[in-house]
Ligand binder design. Structure first.
Ligand SMILES: [Zn+2]
Length: 280
């Protein structure tokens, strides 16, 4: 649009034709400034040819910061721009979606959309989707039997960074009402088979997280584990099987039974919250 209100940026760009895959769109996609009325129109190759073909860019293109975000760019809110209470509320509203193809590259197995959503909800609650995009689960396999692992509800393979989850689960592997500390595994406290599977998924994800954080965080986690052992604060029987199981069980308890877990083992609960916050 050309009139007396047209800025130098847009005057220079008027009529410019560039290929759709030109990286320049990352820098000049309108709005390019406050009150920008410019638009982009797509042309077929023949239409572009009829208008003289691809044109050179005007010299000295400077778009003010914050503008010219192409439609493919992801919006990330800036915490510095919000009061702390609002920021907290916003975080809740931005409830994350774990997507197959992004945070989890591939889903195998037959589950309905509803079952899938409920199983993934556990991971969504960790709010690590950004971290997971960089460190995705390669395959999540939901299987009705896990041949090699008797008595297991899931497993994590660190070589392939893949998780297998048993679902449907055998009777008696959920709805255990015992308190934290007296459970066989945290997942057995799930109120339904689906929630139990969601808890197991967070447990297996804990192994994935531990592997990825090993270098920076292992000493800290291990020190806390030794302390928990001294204090006899093992959230479940499974958590006694070493630092890896302890971390995964604690993560699952922190995610699903946060209030109880905070009472049961405040130091571990606080440490986990801190570890997660650093990754977000
Ligand atoms: Zn485990």
């Amino acid at each position: 649009m050309l009139d007396s209100g047209t800025t130098p940026i847009c005057r220079g760009l008027n009529g410019v034709i560039r290929p759709a895959d030109d990286p320049i769109w990352e820098r000049i996609y309108p709005p390019n400034h406050f009150g920008c009325r410019a638009g982009v129109r797509s042309l077929t190759a023949r239409e572009a040819e009829a208008r003289g073909g691809v044109s050179p860019l005007p010299p000295g293109l400077e778009v003010p910061p914050g503008f010219a975000r192409p439609p493919t760019a992801r919006w990330e809110p800036d915490p510095a721009k919000y009061p702390p209470e609002l920021w907290e509320a916003l975080q809740g509203k931005l409830a994350e979606r774990i997507e197959i193809g992004r945070e989890i590259l591939e889903l195998r197995g037959r589950v309905s959309a509803r079952e899938k959503d409920q199983i993934l909800r556990g991971l969504e609650g960790l709010r690590l989707s950004r971290w997971m995009e960089q460190n995705p689960i390669r395959t999540l396999e939901i299987a009705s039997n896990l041949a090699q692992t008797r008595n297991r509800m899931g497993d994590y393979d660190r070589l392939t960074q893949s998780i297998r989850l048993l679902y449907p689960r055998p009777e008696g592997s959920w709805a255990d009402e015992k308190p934290l500390g007296q459970l066989r595994a945290v997942s057995t406290k799930g109120s339904s088979a689906l929630q139990a599977a969601a808890i197991t998924l967070v447990h297996e994800f804990g192994h994935h997280l531990y592997e990825a954080m090993r270098e920076e965080t292992e000493n800290r986690l291990f020190a806390r584990y030794i302390q928990a052992k001294k204090e006899g604060r093992f959230v479940s029987l499974r958590a006694r099987d070493g630092v890896l199981e302890w971390f995964s069980e604690s993560l699952a308890a922190h995610r699903f039974f946060r209030r109880d877990f905070r009472k049961f083992d405040p130091a571990t609960s606080a440490m986990i919250e801190d570890v997660l916050a650093r990754l977000r």
